[in-house]
Design a protein around this ligand. Structure first.
Ligand SMILES: NC(=O)c1ccc[n+]([C@@H]2O[C@H](COP(=O)([O-])OP(=O)(O)OC[C@H]3O[C@@H](n4cnc5c(N)ncnc54)[C@H](OP(=O)(O)O)[C@@H]3O)[C@@H](O)[C@H]2O)c1
Length: 277
């Protein structure tokens, strides 16, 4: 099976490449932004027609949530038009497409975990553009897997790395304690994507690790595991103003996996423990 990974130098792209290299019978095509700009329709057509993949896994995205608020056109281009281009090109050669999406499609004004059947209501440019990406992929290619994840960390820049770096120059740090979600390792997300493709289990899926915590609780656990002595103090979202609104509660339930193939993700504590080893 021939698999094309776009945005291959990002966190998820790297982990998928890492896991696929140990699987027999996989012919992997890794395309970073310089190899394939997904916003360029003609480049996408010619690349896809030349390589003829069986599956395209789109890991390319504009993930800087706050920057999206001021770069709206770019956010729509990368998060909505890019996936549309890939979905059409894939459909023309009979290929499947995986689109990765986000908990930010929800408004977060709830206190119960959100399933694939709950109504979306994005509050940010990032969330709106990612939702458009979902809709466009769904409407342009019936053989789609849309996988929503959250609080992702792997090889690259992420919250975990930022906190560890901050601890090197600060004796005390304040971290938001009134937003809840689920930290998710790229290892778990990549395993699920690979399994969905193997099973041809098309459709919309939530995929985060199990459990929930606040950013403050997550930081406390990171520092405990790393033996870091920097003091972590809880603060509110209002004390830490950002351009993009954050959902208060965006814990996703992997309900579609529970109903179909079974949920193979680990708890967030187990996943971060392995990551920091
Ligand atoms: N990170 C999170 O916390 C999080 C949470 C929920 C959902 N997600 C979703 O999960 C997926 C993977 O996220 P990630 O954390 O692995 O992202 P990432 O590390 O930011 O990687 C995204 C990659 O896309 C590339 N890219 C940007 N514009 C492109 C273009 N026009 N054409 C081709 N490639 C382009 C980037 O290259 P440059 O760096 O060179 O621009 C980068 O290598 C994304 O769909 C994201 O929306 C992420």
């Amino acid at each position: 099976m021939k698999i094309l990974i776009t945005g291959a130098n990002g966190q998820l792209g790297r982990e998928l490449a890492n896991q696929y290299k140990d699987i027999r019978g996989i012919d992997l095509i890794l395309a970073g932004k310089l190899d394939l700009d997904i916003t360029n329709l003609h480049s996408v057509y010619s690349f896809v027609n030349q390589k003829k993949p069986d599956v395209i896994i789109n890991c390319a995205a504009f993930t800087a949530v706050d920057t999206c608020e001021s770069q709206i056109d770019m956010a729509y281009k990368i998060n909505a038009i890019g996936p549309k281009n890939l979905a059409i090109a894939a459909n023309e050669i009979g290929a499947e497409i995986v689109q990765v999406s986000t908990d930010y499609v929800f408004d977060g004004n709830t206190d119960k975990s959100l399933t694939e059947f709950d109504l979306v209501n994005p509050q940010t440019v990032y969330g709106k553009t990612k939702l458009e990406g979902e809709i466009l992929v769904k409407s342009h290619n019936p053989k789609h897997y849309i996988v929503r994840t959250a609080w992702l960390y792997g090889e690259g820049n992420n919250f975990v790395r930022t906190m560890i770096n901050l601890s090197k120059t600060n004796t005390t740090i304040k971290v938001v304690n009134d937003q809840k979600g689920t930290p998710t390792s790229t290892v778990d997300l990549a395993r699920v994507i690979i399994k969905l493709i193997e099973d041809k289990n098309y459709g919309l899926f939530h995929c985060t690790c199990k459990g929930e915590c606040t950013w403050y609780e997550f930081t406390k656990e990171i520092f405990r595991l790393k033996g870091i002595s920097t003091e972590v103090l809880p603060c509110t979202t209002d004390e830490f103003k950002r351009p993009a609104k954050r959902p208060k509660y965006s814990v996703l339930r992997n309900y579609m996996m529970e109903l179909t193939c079974g949920d193979i993700t680990r708890t967030w504590e187990e996943a971060i423990g392995e990551y920091l080893k």
